[in-house]
Design a protein around this ligand. Structure first.
Ligand code: ATP
Ligand code: MG
Length: 236
């Protein structure tokens, strides 16, 4: 299908060493269309973050296929995957993952520079203004509030204009009001730019704001609101 952005087939992954090995992803199949927003729920340890890491090309599958924007990541070298990620995938983490000794502007501009995107500092300034941080360009992460740090991380993720935005519990370290503002910002940017959003959260009301909800349990997709269960389909 032309508007398919993610195609995961039989995604299987075991992590850890022999003494502590965990079969984390157990043959996951998942197809996501462009501009969809997908809320991913599931118990702690069910494999949600690992699934996102696979989709971001930060974790390699043991077996199975991962195709993003018609690009088969499972057939590419780590360097090729990293170059693809830099231009096509934005990632936001619960704990912000900013570089402490770089200013807000540098945190956004340096990855752009590394991805050979032109005018990195000008693009970074514009992105930080767009998330309301035009007055904080020279601040270091330690001089910013949690919500402001997450805004920097969002600006960094959005700056290369990725087709896919991946967020792992982006509001998990924030108070309720700040968390809502960050969620509003993510959904606004997603709508404005027509991006695909994959959002892991423990908050069902946040997942409900997505157009589709997936529940992961023990390394498998337990339910997917885009696919009616067989019994329901039979009734319909
Ligand atoms: N490097 C690793 N080595 C061994 N086991 C690992 C490794 N990384 C993750 N795991 C295990 O894989 C399972 C899934 O981890 P994952 O972080 O994907 O869960 P999660 O669904 O994101 O949980 P949470 O909601 O707590 O963030 C866990 O049982 C975890 O202990
Ligand atoms: Mg997790």
């Amino acid at each position: 299908m032309a508007d398919t952005i993610i195609e995961l087939k039989g995604a299987d992954l075991t992590l850890g060493n022999a003494a502590a090995s965990v079969h984390v992803l157990k043959g996951i199949d998942l197809t996501v269309s462009a501009a969809e927003s997908v809320g991913i729920l599931g118990p702690s340890g069910s494999g949600k973050s690992t699934l996102l890491m696979v989709l971001a090309g930060l974790e390699r599958l043991d077996s199975g296929e991962i195709v993003i924007k018609e690009t088969p990541l499972h057939r590419m070298s780590e360097d090729q995957v990293a170059a693809f990620r830099g231009r096509n995938i934005g990632i936001v983490f619960q704990s912000f993952h900013l570089i402490a000794n770089m200013t807000a502007l540098e945190n956004v501009a340096v990855p752009l520079e590394l991805a050979n995107i032109s005018d990195p500092f000008e693009v970074a300034r514009r992105e930080l203004e767009a998330v309301g941080l035009g007055e904080r360009l020279s601040h270091y992460p330690g001089q910013l509030s949690g919500g402001e740090q997450q805004r920097v991380a969002i600006a960094r993720a959005l700056a290369p204009s990725p087709a896919l935005l991946i967020a792992d519990e982006p509001t998990g370290n924030l108070d309720t009001d700040t968390g809502r503002q960050i969620a509003d910002l993510l959904f606004a940017k997603q709508a404005e730019r027509g991006m695909t959003l994959l959002l892991v959260t423990h908050d069902p009301s946040l997942a409900a704001r997505c157009s589709r909800q997936i529940r992961v349990r023990s390394g498998r997709i337990e339910s997917d609101s885009a696919t009616p269960r067989r019994a329901e389909a039979a009734i319909a």
